[in-house]
Write a protein that binds this ligand. Structure first.
Ligand code: IPM
Ligand code: MG
Length: 378
């Protein structure tokens, strides 16, 4: 769609709960500033989902709001959840919004890159020498497996309670996530680690067979298999050895939290959840930071917005095919960090003379926008 001769991108925001609204607002400002520099407009629409939707509508997301997302070119989400709605036995829970969006919009490919800005190596709990060169991408299958398999909840009668979760996978689901991961690996260091539990699970044995069959068809790609337990260990022992990891839903959930620790702060990390549907501009997807709603610091303008800003950069890359804009936003974030700007999660309160400037959510967004507008080379 064009307006005043500019391409107009239709983005739905889901601020959600806790710090979600603050970090989404920060990322919106950055995207609007990028539009000014690169000549595009954004038609923003906001919808309510998560705990706030439970309070407002009694459900985590309304079907018409899932439809509003489907009608857009891309979705930017903050975070959902909080202690007010955290009873796992409650019939309505904020994370149901995530499952409705992932399943309803067929967002099967979840990308979770972990890269460590050199200035932040000291914030990681790992020894610095292990972290040099860490640049990995976890590709998590997001609409299958135990998350979406049939379930039987336990009854109420103590003594004989019994529950069942099932973990189904079809070969087509495995093939399509493998092909997404292989595509990314070919654009990187051409190393793909497929993670499973083939010594125990039938779904993992199928996973491994399909990955082998498909892997043979992709020239110049080094495909290896790793059991999930040893992968968990190697992610800490030799994280720089990984390039792209592809794995099923639950393993990807666990390994991506583990990998996120490498980066020092969860606040830094972005994610993308992609479908295979093409819009007028690119691949439809939903983008969100890795961190949660952090209710303890909500409303204080202290949350780190970089994970959401970098998620918006991923959105520019995948949903709008704007590699230029994406690279410029990433470069502006690096520049702000190089310039010494830090949110509280990245600062060392015991060192007042380190030359760093601690800012809040809006201050960090302003620093990134200043770098973007100064036109740092991408
Ligand atoms: C994630 C989260 C969700 C998941 C939760 C909130 C249901 O941990 O996106 O990784 O398990 O997928
Ligand atoms: Mg998780």
């Amino acid at each position: 769609m064009m307006e005043d001769g500019l391409p107009t991108y239709r983005i739905v925001t889901i601020p959600g709960d806790g710090v979600g609204p603050e970090v989404v607002d920060a990322a919106r400002r950055v995207v609007d500033a990028a539009g000014g520099r690169f000549g595009f407009a954004v038609d923003w629409t906001e919808i309510v989902a998560g705990g706030i939707a439970i309070d407002t509508y009694g459900i985590a997301i309304r079907p018409e709001d899932v439809e509003a997302c489907r009608d857009a070119d891309a979705v930017l989400l903050g975070a959902v959840g909080g202690p007010k709605w955290s009873d796992p036995a409650a019939p309505v829970r904020p994370e149901q919004a995530l499952f409705a969006l992932r399943g309803g919009l067929a967002l099967f490919a979840n990308l979770r890159p972990v890269k460590i800005h050199p200035a932040l190596i000291a914030s990681s709990p790992l020894r610095p020498e292990l972290l040099h060169g860490v640049d990995l991408l976890i590709v998590r299958e997001l609409t299958g497996g135990v998350y979406f398999g049939e379930r039987q909840e336990a009854g109420e009668e103590p003594g004989d309670r019994f529950a069942v979760d099932t973990m189904p996978y079809g070969e087509e689901e495995i093939r399509r996530i493998f092909l997404v991961a292989a595509g990314y690996a070919l654009g990187r260091r051409r190393r793909l680690t497929s993670v499973d539990k083939a010594n125990v699970l039938a779904t993992s044995r199928l996973w491994r067979r399909v990955v082998d069959e498909e892997g043979r068809r992709v020239p110049d790609l080094e495909v290896s298999h790793q059991l999930v337990d040893s992968c968990a260990m190697l992610l800490i022992r030799r994280p720089a050895d990984f390039d792209v990891i592809v794995t099923e839903n639950l393993f990807g959930d666990i390994l991506s939290d583990e990998a996120a620790v490498l980066a020092g702060s969860l606040g830094m990390l972005p994610s993308a959840s992609l479908s295979d549907r093409q819009t007028a501009y690119g691949t439809f997807g939903l983008y969100e930071p890795i961190h949660g709603s952090a209710p303890d610091i909500a409303g204080q303008d202290v949350a780190n917005p970089i994970g959401t800003i970098l998620s918006a950069a991923m959105m520019m890359f995948s949903s709008f095919d704007r590699k230029d804009v994406s690279a410029a936003i990433e470069a502006a974030v690096s520049q702000a960090l190089d310039g010494g700007w830090r949110t509280g999660d990245l600062a060392d309160p015991t060192n007042a003379d380190d030359g760093l400037v601690v800012v809040g959510t809006t201050g960090m967004a302003t620093a990134v926008i200043a770098a973007l507008e100064a036109g740092v080379p991408a």
